[in-house]
Design a binder for this molecule. Sequence first.
Ligand SMILES: Cc1cc2nc3c(=O)[nH]c(=O)nc-3n(C[C@H](O)[C@H](O)[C@H](O)COP(=O)(O)O)c2cc1C
Ligand code: SF4
Length: 414
Amino acid sequence: MAKARFTEMFKSIKIGSVELKNRLAMAPVTTNFSTAGYPTEEFIAFLSARARGGVGLLVTPPAVNLFPGSPTHVLFPLLCEKAHLPLWNEVVESIHAFGAKAFGQVLVGGVGRQTAKGTVSKAPSSVPIVRIPPESIPQKSKEYEIRKGLPSLWDRYADLPEPVELTTEEIKWIEDAYAKTARLMKDAGFDGAELHFAHGYLGDNFLSPRTNLRTDAYGGSLENRARIFRNSLVKVRAQVGPDFVVGVRLTGDEHVLGGTTPEDSCKIAEIGQDYGLDYVHLTAGCWEAVKWYVPEEDGTMLPEAQLMKQTLKIPVITPSIHKPENAEKAIKQGKTDMVSLCRPLIADPEWPKKVAAGEEKKIRKCIRCLGCLQRTRRGLGLRCEVNREVGQERYNPEYYRSSAPNWKEYCLPR
Ligand SMILES: Cc1cc2nc3c(=O)[nH]c(=O)nc-3n(C[C@H](O)[C@H](O)[C@H](O)COP(=O)(O)O)c2cc1C
Ligand code: SF4
């Protein structure tokens, strides 16, 4: 057996009350492996395969609490009532059975500037949604479309109707929704919850001075723009108690003129830290700057991570570092506490195990073609251009190891 070259990434780390066996996380990925609001076996087996591959933490795809009146999307896995608990419990138990911890991403969905064509969405302010600038579209994604003869995905976001401004009552409903779903996550057995405040979704729309032009208590100064985040955090804590891990997915740099800067993002994270936040999971960009959100090279978010590390006491997780040597270096140099892998684990769930065994040459590399995102954004199930097993994991009995000790508790009549 080859000798492992990298050791830093395999050192354990504590986030809040939870001990992780290593510093590698799976970053959340929307898979569309859900039916009628419930995670499917496809969903569970996909995640089990990644847990089996040796990652210490999985941040699961977003569990959605749907804004009232928004068009229900059958592909959203919901978590907003007790009926949703058994399958989420099975998700968690399957991840645990392979020795990884599970944090669930919480998304208040069906609201915010990322809306489907033909629907009018609600957002912090009625700021027009403009066409994604061609220079912001990742080159390899354009090449994918040409290769497949597909119409441009990115043009679908042109000329969407202007969003309608949310009322204060609606904002308070959203804060409560974060808390309700986080509480259900705790009940389902998750080790933590990650509040989604990134990627041009609703939470991010509030934090950004570009998309939040409100003149009430939820807009204006940075403290006001962060109010929904702070209030949600307080409400989440009241529901889950002090020991349950609560983190945030946060845009380190929006990379759009007038958008969230790294300095803003640090201040927002500090507000979170003051209100009991346990970790920050960084990201960057937004739809209008999509090439920063799914970068074409390693380490593009490390400058923001470094700034956060200088400011915060809580751990920072940074994505988009695909090469083992770069992940090791970033952790060793103290630029980030953990590295999260999204596309590398879609392409090869065994990435961590192979690196731990000194067999990094055997890793099936992600080619950053964005076929995965192209499919899910078009309403199709996740697939990968270099890994034919993606979406078929449920046919491999190796990935089924549910122990689900709590399921009876949820299924028996009360
Ligand atoms: C197909 C796809 C779906 C994604 N879905 C989510 C999501 O639901 N929530 C989220 O926070 N990030 C999502 N991301 C972003 C990833 O978590 C990650 O930040 C990004 O892919 C960059 O990391 P990577 O280079 O390791 O893939 C998604 C990315 C891809 C490619
Ligand atoms: S190789 Fe797979 S994981 Fe990587 S970008 Fe292409 S489809 Fe996505």
